[in-house]
Design a protein around this ligand. Structure first.
Ligand SMILES: [Zn+2]
Length: 202
């Protein structure tokens, strides 16, 4: 098995996050910023914005078009969840790609990720506040043997989180996603989708 970082260049100008009142599991979340809060419910998006191609929302929620959902559910049934319409709360036919596990922190040898002095990470968890750089694609390295998964998320989260008393106004920064060969095969010829190798050792 190999693991590949999933890179999606198509973007839809919508996002769900906690805005729809969906439930989150906070058992692995930072008590100060909320990073690590795990979405339990399906996400809700505006149906009219969904496209017939793999897209990322502005919050890096990866949306799979209806056409690819059966093939993905066949190889990774735990990693595809219905996307609901934000108004009707009915399934749209599109799916969201979700990790079945999160990896431990990556190795210091990882390249292509930056931190920002202007937008520093949370002082308590130091888990959010990672950013991509235009100079290169991320080259993720792990000092552990490759675990078995279909879709995995990074421990590190991108952008900054903010936990508010009203959960709907919070922002939980997203992970990067990596996929195994079977998921990669379903997505590999899709426009705007590319992959970067992820190195495991140990
Ligand atoms: Zn935090």
């Amino acid at each position: 098995m190999n693991a590949s970082l999933l890179v999606v260049r198509n973007e839809i100008s919508d996002t769900c996050g906690p805005t729809d009142g969906g439930r989150y599991d906070f058992s692995d979340a930072c008590s100060l910023c909320g990073t690590g809060a795990l979405r339990i419910d399906p996400i809700c998006l505006r149906s009219e914005l969904l496209e017939d191609r793999v897209c990322s929302t502005l919050l890096f929620e990866i949306v799979i078009p209806r056409r690819l959902v059966p093939a993905l559910k066949a190889v990774a049934p735990r990693c595809v969840r219905d996307v609901l319409d934000v108004t009707t709360r009915e399934p749209t036919g599109s799916g969201e790609l979700i990790p079945e596990l999160y990896l431990p922190p990556w190795s210091p040898s990882t390249l292509g990720i930056i931190r920002s002095k202007q937008l520093p990470p949370c002082v308590r968890c130091d888990r959010d506040g990672h950013y991509n750089t235009i100079k290169m694609e991320p080259a993720l390295v792990y000092d552990i043997p490759l675990p078995k998964f279909k879709v995995a998320g990074t421990y590190e989260r991108f952008g900054r989180s903010g936990l508010r008393p009203d959960i709907k106004k919070s922002k939980f920064s997203p992970p990067l996603l990596m996929v195994d060969d079977s998921v990669r095969e379903v997505l590999m010829n899709e426009e705007g989708v590319s992959f970067q190798p992820v190195r495991f050792s140990g």
